[in-house]
Design a binder for this molecule. Structure first.
Ligand code: A3P
Ligand code: MG
Ligand code: MG
Ligand code: MG
Length: 353
């Protein structure tokens, strides 16, 4: 299988970052949640996870050039008044790496080392060369609420996503739905991974059980289809698309790219992602989920039916809307999307005339 070395390093990096994030989620206080200039939340886990992934990839792969396109940067952390927060992040990173026996005799880390590790993530990616793409905590809103989130890492080579690893620490191992019963911790926590052409797999985040191959749902009966949308806010066009498809079930609302993982293993048949504002989708919000779902036999495209283009820098270049579904249901879903968008366009133009 191609990219074996990169896959092993990515699984180690994401698993350690997930270990850090689980520790933080257990004790997180509202006062420890910062709000960024784009009004989205960020925590010590977002920064700590990015530092851990950056350090582990460098230690494991010792690449000549290391290009990481990642969500977080250290502008606020370097400011006066952030010292205590930064100290806390550094402690989290040191303890997490120290918990990995192969790093037992690594040199001690300073806060500067942690800041520099986070800032490795400044790359803009692009259409040539090797770029790691990281969302250190995807679904920080869910993370703060104690619910679903993911650590998502992908490898972009010549503009194509060739590898993806995603930890979903609060997703049950059993392919079931509804409330996550996180009381039974031993059956919760998944590590999904895929490399292009080799299929998609899931293994428990904890322990050493062998990976199981995953595949999308074979259900063709739209009445029984389940669809997913972001927890963040209801998007009107999603329900009109579902209605056109004859889907009776209400959407399951979930934070993060765990939605991609759920489709990849057949928990749901459709994931719709139309955003209200002019939000530009970043590649780290989609690259890991994209390859895991496509390697599991799914389809990830924009509303025009075009596959996603990750080669244009840190933002996706796509028409509005992202649709994730199975090959069997794709034609019906795209037809319903086109009709719903047409109706919405008409409604908007009539209300303006
Ligand atoms: N208006 C918007 N439309 C689409 N995505 C948005 C958005 N505002 C924020 N996001 C991104 O959506 C991601 C979460 O997706 P979801 O809503 O499916 O959980 C967040 O990632 P982070 O949590 O990594 O910041 C956030 O960056
Ligand atoms: Mg964020
Ligand atoms: Mg994200
Ligand atoms: Mg994030």
């Amino acid at each position: 299988m191609a990219y074996e070395k990169e896959l092993a390093a990515a699984k180690k990096a994401v698993s350690l970052a997930a270990r850090l994030s689980q520790g933080v989620q257990k004790t997180l206080l509202q006062s420890e949640v910062w709000t960024k200039s784009d009004r989205t939340p960020v925590t010590a886990a977002d920064f700590g996870s990015q530092a851990v992934v950056s350090l582990v990839l460098e230690r494991e792969l010792r690449p000549e050039t290391f290009s990481l396109v990642a969500e977080e940067e250290t502008g606020e952390l370097r400011k006066k008044g952030s010292e205590v927060f930064l100290e806390g992040i550094t402690k989290l990173v040191k303890n997490t790496l120290a918990s990995e026996e192969s790093y037992a005799d690594s040199p001690p880390l300073s806060t500067e080392d942690v800041l520099n590790a986070i800032d490795c993530g400044k790359s803009e990616g692009g259409c040539s060369g090797y770029h790691w793409v990281l969302d250190p905590i995807d679904g920080t809103r869910g993370f703060v609420r104690g619910e679903q989130y993911a650590v998502g890492l992908a490898l972009l080579v010549e503009g194509k996503v060739v590898l993806g690893v995603m930890a979903c620490p609060n997703l049950p191992l059993a392919s079931e739905f509804g409330e996550t019963d996180m009381s039974s911790q031993e059956n919760v926590g998944c590590l999904f991974f895929a490399t292009s052409g080799s299929g998609a797999y899931v293994q428990p985040l904890k322990g050493h059980s062998p990976p199981q191959k995953v595949g999308v749902s074979s259900n063709e009966n739209l009445e029984e289809a389940k669809f997913l949308e972001s927890y963040h806010k209801p998007i009107p066009i999603h329900s009109s698309i579902a209605k056109k498809l004859g889907i009776t079930a209400l959407p399951v609302r979930m934070d993060s790219q765990a939605k991609y993982a759920a489709v990849s293993r057949g928990d749901a048949e459709i994931y719709l992602r139309f955003t209200l504002s002019g939000h530009r989708e970043t590649i780290w919000d989609h690259a890991p989920g994209f390859i895991i779902t496509t390697e599991a036999g799914g389809v990830v495209c924009d509303a025009a039916g075009k596959s996603l283009d990750f080669s244009k820098g840190k933002y996706l270049a796509h028409e509005t809307g992202i649709i994730v579904t199975t090959k069997k249901l794709e034609p019906w879903v795209l037809m319903a999307v086109r009709e719903a968008m047409e109706e919405e366009r008409k409604f908007i133009s009539e209300s303006h005339s």
